[in-house]
Design a protein around this ligand. Structure first.
Ligand SMILES: Cc1cc2nc3c(=O)[nH]c(=O)nc-3n(C[C@H](O)[C@H](O)[C@H](O)COP(=O)(O)O)c2cc1C
Length: 195
């Protein structure tokens, strides 16, 4: 199975990057082919709400999203990793999601599978927030679950860590990294039990 990790943090080697790497290492240990896309290193324009995709199912903006559409289609599993920023996912992650409006159009307007035919895809969310406030992850969870729902990706779980703020601070929580590794193993194993 192919598992695509999408890193939404602007900080390379930050907390969600480290957790995503562990998750994918765990998935690879169970035979998954893994790949990571770092959104901050790409050129992704904002959705212009031009509605061109309502007729074609394709986004007319030619930038790095074209590559991401292909990777999403090729993936069996998608792991989104984003820190909490102003209660939600990062702008990088949300911009990528908004550009999936063309996939929304495929599904709801053109009535075709948003990512094409294929096995049931699964999705996972990894997040870290600097604060420890009640319901810290709720807005981001709503955004992520909506994204997966629109893309017909079955939500398979999340790993959420609060009160982790400094770059790389998650390294001081080996239990969190272990959990990420094991969650990756479990995520990859789901296809073995499905088939
Ligand atoms: C612009 C910005 C907004 C943030 N907003 C929040 C927030 O609303 N709640 C919170 O708990 N932490 C917030 N944080 C802190 C980050 O979630 C935290 O530092 C996290 O560990 C960063 O993860 P990373 O290393 O993967 O980027 C914010 C950080 C930035 C830079």
């Amino acid at each position: 199975m192919k598992i695509l990790g999408i890193a939404g943090s602007p900080r390379r080697g930050g907390n969600t990057d480290l957790l995503l790497a562990e998750f994918l290492r765990g998935a690879a240990s169970r035979g998954a082919e893994v790949k990571t896309i770092v959104l901050d290193q790409l050129t992704i324009a904002f959705c212009q709400h031009c509605d061109a995709c309502l007729k074609t199912g394709r986004c007319k903006i030619k930038d790095d999203m074209q590559m991401i559409y292909q990777e999403l289609e090729a993936a069996d599993g998608v792991v989104l990793a984003s820190p909490i920023q102003f209660a939600s996912v990062t702008g990088q992650m949300k911009t990528m999601m908004d550009r999936c409006q063309s996939l929304w159009a495929k599904k709801y307007v053109l009535k075709i599978p948003p990512l094409g035919e294929g096995s049931e895809r699964k999705g996972f969310f990894i997040s870290v927030g600097g604060r420890r406030t009640p319901s810290l992850f709720e807005p981001a969870l709503a955004v992520v679950k909506t994204f997966f729902h629109v893309l017909d990706i079955k939500y398979a779980g999340e790993l959420l860590f609060s009160a982790v703020d400094e770059k790389g601070e998650i390294m001081q929580h080996p239990e969190a990294l272990r959990q990420a590794f094991e969650a990756g193993q479990k995520f990859a194993a789901a296809w073995q039990t499905d088939s």
